[in-house]
Design a binder for this molecule. Structure first.
Ligand code: 8X3
Length: 254
């Protein structure tokens, strides 16, 4: 029977690339995100390429919406063996002394509580499958801090803490927990959300960087980790572009 993979934040970027990749790997993908029109296009594209996917409109900041995702998982045509907690994002690049409480609340709700809500809701199905995998897409921002990144790095550190704690708590049960920490990834929307639609500011982050990661690079890492034999747990995978040796050590040309 086809295994089911759930991907949150699937309407764009890393989430969409992961949904495509997991469908190509043979999973039936439940592609979850807020934007139904984007999901419909994605699901149609996956089907046109011979894959299987179902769109599930879901806002990870809503308990009710996440309950709907769990219901969709219960109706899915196979055991739920993989959850990719990908929904997340950054807002603002303000110093702590002037950071917006609203931005910080949003980042905590989407990145941290979103992971908590979705994981809690799907854990029973993942465990019932006999071999469940929980992926937490955190960030290198979950491992270090940088000026202006306080709200985002705090949220990502919390996500990283959840992944580590879950792995301890689930030890001995048929569940594994994988944390993926991407560095500089150029996607259509991450920078636009962070800078409130300012495309120039978003593009400047990658200016002169030869070969920032793209969403497919991260999807590749997620798919590799999630398709290892079930006794293998890749605890954490940190992936950056070659041009980024560390958060502040970025090679730029021009
Ligand atoms: C995004 C990486 O460097 O913008 O998760 O914080 S960074």
């Amino acid at each position: 029977m086809t295994s089911v993979a759930i991907v949150t934040g699937a309407s764009s970027g890393i989430g969409a690339a992961t949904a495509r990749r997991l469908a190509a790997e043979g999973f039936h993908v439940l592609a979850a995100a807020r934007r139904a029109d984007r999901l419909a296009d994605l699901v149609a594209e996956i089907a046109a390429n011979g894959g299987q996917a179902t769109a599930v409109t879901c806002d990870v900041t809503s308990d009710e919406s996440v309950a709907g995702l769990a219901e969709a998982a219960a109706q899915a045509p196979g055991p739920v063996t993989l959850l990719v907690n990908n929904a997340g994002g950054a807002r603002g690049l303000d110093p702590v002394e002037s950071g917006s409480i609203g931005d910080w609340q949003w980042m905590y709700d989407v990145n941290v509580l979103g992971t908590l809500r979705v994981t809690q809701a799907l854990l029973p199905a993942l465990e019932a499958s006999g071999a469940g995998t929980i992926v937490v897409v955190s960030s290198t921002a979950g491992l270090t801090v940088y000026e202006g990144g306080g709200g985002y790095t705090a949220a990502k550190h919390a996500q990283t803490a959840i992944a580590g704690t879950l792995r301890l708590e689930l030890c001995g049960r048929p569940l594994r927990v994988i944390e993926i920490d991407p560095g500089m990834v150029r996607t259509d929307e991450f920078g636009l959300v962070r800078f409130d639609g300012d495309a120039d500011r978003a593009a400047a982050v990658y200016a002169g960087v030869p070969g920032p990661l793209v969403a497919e690079d991260v999807a590749d890492c997620i798919a590799w980790c999630a398709t290892r034999p079930e006794h293998v747990n890749v605890d954490r995978l940190v992936v950056r572009p070659r041009a980024q040796a560390a958060q502040h050590k970025v090679h730029r040309v021009g």
